[in-house]
Design a protein around this ligand. Structure first.
Ligand code: PAF
Length: 305
């Protein structure tokens, strides 16, 4: 079995229109290829929610900060198509650069607020590139729902804001990060790790989970963050770009764990930049108290409750 592949907006629209005439709900899963189990879990989640699933494959030059990074990005279309066929996706949309950005293309979609700080601070223009291509993919596919991994948590916020602000009628669903057995978050960049780096890599997730547990138990956010940062460096990472506690719903920086949050990190291991995040839930909220009650509680009370 193989998956059908289309390369132009016109062909994509034709397929989707045909599905719609048959009453199908349509999901889109945007990707840059080099598909791994994380992407396939998005496709499965899409298949559970829609009758027809389009996966897009486009290595978007506008979201890369360096030509070297763009050139090094893995391109594995044949393998990707085979994986999509096995999982049951209905269509692979794989446009080339001139289909996506034809001669004279001059528009940028720029989302403020949630795109600032975190990756936005270290990758200038990255989220403009993401918002621009994702807006195009939403409009080209006309899908009812779109699925994104929570590993790129800031990206998920940027895409949600963009779709809401532009009144694009699509529901955006965030899906949990898929991890290797040793905890390393799946990423198309993991293939760049040397065997020695691959052994060190899962420490990042382990340190995040430990830090999240300590915060949830009431340890002060600032000291947990600085100890976790030291632990990442001691584990063998070269550089921590950022390690921050941010609000789950608004992505705002948090100094106290007084509402559901994410602990978010970007760190370099050799030549590879890895990102990850974990949920941090205040223990008192987890035990059924209201957010307001937890907001009134001090760190000691949280620690002992
Ligand atoms: O997460 C990705 O792979 C990309 O940023 C996306 C959403 C496909 C846009 O190019």
């Amino acid at each position: 079995m193989s998956v059908a592949i289309v390369r132009t907006v016109a062909e994509l629209r034709e397929r989707v229109a045909e599905w719609r005439r048959g009453g199908a709900r349509v999901a889109v899963v945007p990707t840059m290829g080099a598909l791994h189990e994380g992407h396939l879990s998005l496709v499965r989640a899409a298949l559970a929610r829609a009758e027809r699933v389009v996966v897009t494959l486009f290595v978007n030059p506008k979201q890369f900060n360096s030509a070297a990074d763009l050139a090094a990005y893995p391109r594995t279309e044949n393998e990707d198509a085979a994986k999509l066929a096995a999982v049951g996706a209905h269509l692979l949309y794989a446009p080339d650069g001139s289909e996506m950005y034809p001669e004279g293309f001059a528009t940028t979609v720029s989302v403020t607020g949630v795109s600032q700080g975190l990756c936005g601070a270290f990758r200038p223009g990255h989220f403009d590139g993401v918002a621009t291509v994702v807006a195009k993919l939403f409009l080209q596919s006309g899908a009812d729902i779109a699925l994104f991994g929570e590993k790129d948590f800031q990206q998920l916020h940027v895409v949600r804001r963009m779709a809401r602000d532009l009144d694009i009628p699509i529901s955006i669903i965030g899906c949990p990060t898929v991890r290797e057995a040793d905890g390393l978050a799946l990423s198309s960049r993991n293939v760049r790790l040397s065997p020695a780096e691959r052994r060190v890599a899962p420490r990042l997730a382990a340190i995040l989970f430990e830090a999240a547990e300590r915060m949830a138990a009431g340890a002060p956010v600032d000291s947990v963050l600085s100890e976790a940062q030291d632990a990442i460096m001691t584990a063998g990472y070269e550089k921590v770009e950022y390690l921050e506690l941010r609000g789950e719903e608004d992505l705002k920086p948090m100094r106290r764990l007084d509402r559901p949050a994410r602990l978010i990190v970007a760190a370099w291991l050799g030549q590879t930049r890895l990102i990850d995040n974990v949920v941090v839930t205040p223990a008192r909220i987890g035990r059924g108290l209201s957010v307001q009650a937890a907001m009134g509680a001090d760190a000691t009370a949280s620690a002992t409750s």
